[in-house]
Write a protein that binds this ligand. Structure first.
Ligand SMILES: [Zn+2]
Length: 252
């Protein structure tokens, strides 16, 4: 397995190293040394590589640090039983398998009985949801929140939730830097408050393709991604974005 070959540093090796330190120095140092390495990938008795989630971890962070082929989506698929329905909600102490992440999409589909349709749509960003759709308040011109917010720091990769064509990419007042995509089913997705734009109008995009970076441009109190699904490119034609994503097999 290529993922494994790249990571020869195992827990066993680290313990051996720590034990050597312990015999040379003080035994009290051995355990804190293991805990302080910051690396938590370990090879268990079965040979399966696992990772224990730490506070502040996200699936994309782990996937990148552990070089998981297929990124956080693969990692999430392989650990859906542990993580649950929200890929943005992982808790410290969760044990994730890294080997399973190398499983092919076809194998996953065969095992879970899922159709390949699920891969057609993805979350717009790897993060937990914040202010929900239709939350009421005076700060929105329509009187309610026309999208769902994802709580992510500035600079987080924002991805097209599905294949489509970029309708607009540019400044849009309160929305700051914004991208609107028309999808093949006739729905539109909107991504607002971006710190940078990675696409331009007329461009075709695939599901999961990076279209910009999240930020805090426009009318915001802090960095986040404001995400809408609309029946037209215009403001006010919004529908429930999470229901839309779930309808396309996305765990949000
Ligand atoms: Zn919002």
């Amino acid at each position: 397995m290529p993922a494994k070959a790249k990571h020869r540093r195992s827990k066993t090796q680290r313990i051996t190293r720590a034990a050597a330190v312990a015999s040379a120095g003080g035994a009290a140092l051995a355990l804190p040394l293991i805990g302080a390495t910051g690396a938590h990938a370990a090879t268990g008795d079965t040979g399966a590589k696992t990772y224990t989630v730490e506070a502040g971890d996200t699936l994309s962070k782990i996937a990148e640090a552990q070089h998981v082929d297929g990124g956080w989506q693969k990692l999430y698929q392989a650990n859906k039983d542990v993580v649950g329905s929200d890929a943005g909600l992982i808790k410290p102490g969760m044990k994730l398998t890294l080997d399973g992440a190398a499983e092919t999409t076809a194998a996953t589909a065969a095992r879970t009985g899922a159709t390949t349709h699920a891969a057609d749509f993805v979350k717009p960003v790897d993060g937990a949801t914040g202010t929900p759709y239709h939350s009421s308040g005076s700060m929105w011109s329509s009187g309610y929140h026309t999208g769902t917010d994802f709580v992510v720091p500035t600079g987080t990769a924002v991805k097209a939730v599905g294949a489509g064509t970029v309708v607009s990419a540019g400044w849009d007042g309160a929305y700051g830097n914004e991208v609107v995509i028309k999808h093949t089913d006739g729905r539109y997705s909107q991504y607002a408050h971006l710190s940078s734009l990675g696409v331009s109008a007329g461009q075709s995009v695939t599901a999961g393709q990076q279209i910009g970076l999240s930020g805090a441009t426009g009318n915001v109190t802090g960095p986040h991604l404001h995400f809408e699904i609309r029946t037209s490119p215009e403001y006010g034609s919004d529908i429930d974005p999470l229901a839309y994503l779930r309808g396309h097999g996305v765990g949000v």
